[in-house]
Design a protein around this ligand. Sequence first.
Ligand code: FES
Length: 163
Amino acid sequence: MNELSSSAQRMEAGERAQSTAFSQGEIIPLLQEAQEECGFISEEQIDEVAAVTGASASAVYGVATFYSQFRLQAPGKHMIRVCEGTACHVLGAKDVLQALEMNLNIGVDETTSDGLFSLESVRCLGCCSLAPAMVIDDETYGRVSPDRISEILSAYRKEAANE
Ligand code: FES
């Protein structure tokens, strides 16, 4: 074993040891708090959580990226939540989601480059009788079909253009 690889291995082992010296149970509530405050978790907040817990920033980042509840990007002005629960799935939620992704030119958990929309997929919105359903901010859209997506989104785009 050469000196370089042994030194690299020691550093890796050190990082591993450091990452187990704190519990995820300490990090998760702090990340939740940070996200509540700003709507997402910034690099500065990752560093702050690392400083408070004694974990490395990369370990905190690892926790933040592991759990889908955490968002590492500022959310768009309008949050679109598409239901992919059973009732919605059976009635075409996949097609609705695909139409949204094509129209917005983003995937799930992403934000449009103009910052207007973020897209999320959820398990149930609690309005299964309206399947397939989606919610934009606090507005529920029921029995959505892919060909309604353009019309629905254009109302938000027009509103943004008039502000
Ligand atoms: S399964 Fe979609 S709203 Fe319940």
